[in-house]
Design a protein around this ligand. Sequence first.
Ligand SMILES: [Zn+2]
Length: 103
Amino acid sequence: MSRTLANPITTIFDAAVRHRTIKVTCTCGNVGIFDPHALWYLFQQKNWSERLPDVRKRMRCLQCYFAKRKRALAMLEVSDNSHTRQLPMPPISEWKRELRRRR
Ligand SMILES: [Zn+2]
């Protein structure tokens, strides 16, 4: 517990380094679990902030979108469950470069 407090996960990258997934829960009950490497890659390519509070604001629920419901802020948490949403993974060379860059 103290380890988590000393080193909080604040970005997608942090989650990826620790092999945690990103779980997003919409107020409608729709849940999506994302692989952190794939999500990091998506945000990297779009040049979006990978800070978790910013990531939370970017998330859109497709079920609500198709039902034309008003967009609500989803809940975002790190998780140990396997991912349920498929996104392209970063090329391994690109991921390794990022690891080196942040060391
Ligand atoms: Zn929804």
